[in-house]
Design a binder for this molecule. Sequence first.
Ligand SMILES: NC(=O)c1ccc[n+]([C@@H]2O[C@H](COP(=O)([O-])OP(=O)(O)OC[C@H]3O[C@@H](n4cnc5c(N)ncnc54)[C@H](OP(=O)(O)O)[C@@H]3O)[C@@H](O)[C@H]2O)c1
Length: 334
Amino acid sequence: MPPTPPDSHDDPKKPSSLRVLVLGGTGFIGRHAVAALHAGGAQVAIGSRHPERHEIAYPFAAMRLARFEQLLQPDAWSALLKDVDVVVNCVGILRQRPSESYDHVHHRAPAALALASATAGIRFIHTSALGLHEGAKSRFLSSKLLGERAIAASGSDYAIVRPSLLDGEGGFGARWLRGLSRSPVHGIPRAARGGIAAMTAADLGLAFAVLAALPSLAAHREVELGGTRRYGYAEYLRALRADYTGTRALQLPLPNWMARVGSHVCDVLHFSPFSYGHWILLQRDNVPRPNRLPELLGREPHAIGSNIPPEPALVRAGKIGPHDLPDTTASRSP
Ligand SMILES: NC(=O)c1ccc[n+]([C@@H]2O[C@H](COP(=O)([O-])OP(=O)(O)OC[C@H]3O[C@@H](n4cnc5c(N)ncnc54)[C@H](OP(=O)(O)O)[C@@H]3O)[C@@H](O)[C@H]2O)c1
């Protein structure tokens, strides 16, 4: 039997027993997780580096200060994990910043969180990525792999979720790819042959809500998620473009050295979501094996496309809209 996806909108009169802390709940993935958890009736708290900036967008959630670079020991997590049944980690950085290293954010802080969760008896759902592998010469990727391994060794009741590339409103990478797709000329690196099972961020949010509601994560230690269709990179750009125009773009092959140098330049300049780690990922298949999304949702994943419903927090923050959305603004906090 597949787990039942949450389908009830929040009723302030209905007592809810599930208290969920979403770390990085203001980010692209986190916002969808928060929206789905809240719509399913969970009491949501959000961990952010800047809780005060996001209070207006999340009137229903308690905002808690969380800076991963300061949470490197299990004890440091105690206050954040108070009154929490499940913690969902959606924190990640594309590029390192002063005092925010890949090692701290992707590896050591999640490792400490997993140990703290084990001690406190809290279920731990961690966002990772497809395509991580031994020997990848990218600290972005290797730090994520180390994080996964530390969590698996922590003794916690954990689920490591590896989503495929995401499409949806408000995503940095999603926005760039859509922008690229509109260009009349697409440069396609020759070695960008990996498959992409792109999925919607909204479906990922729902999957998190389903996982969070499970009494145990023992049957979901490694959860790979994706859409039903496998795209090549060139084909994916064509599919995104088809949402805007019936005209075809000219797709030209790019030498690999150009893509590689370009990725390093982007890393140095902190420009665009294209990083050296992503150049490595583009050369490999990034499809879930097996894809557990249909099982979690109890239906087929939605196709990527421009008609994806936006999440309420973006609308409240004035970043998009107006749209016809369910009212999920009832005031509650854990
Ligand atoms: N987007 C995709 O297509 C995709 C696909 C597969 C996997 N992933 C992985 O999923 C993770 C999240 O991706 P995303 O697209 O949601 O990223 P995002 O939009 O940048 O969100 C990440 C959130 O993490 C929080 N954060 C950043 N640095 C932090 C720190 N030092 N301490 C505490 N919180 C911090 C930020 O929240 P505040 O600003 O509120 O602190 C930010 O909103 C990443 O690890 C990414 O690699 C993404």
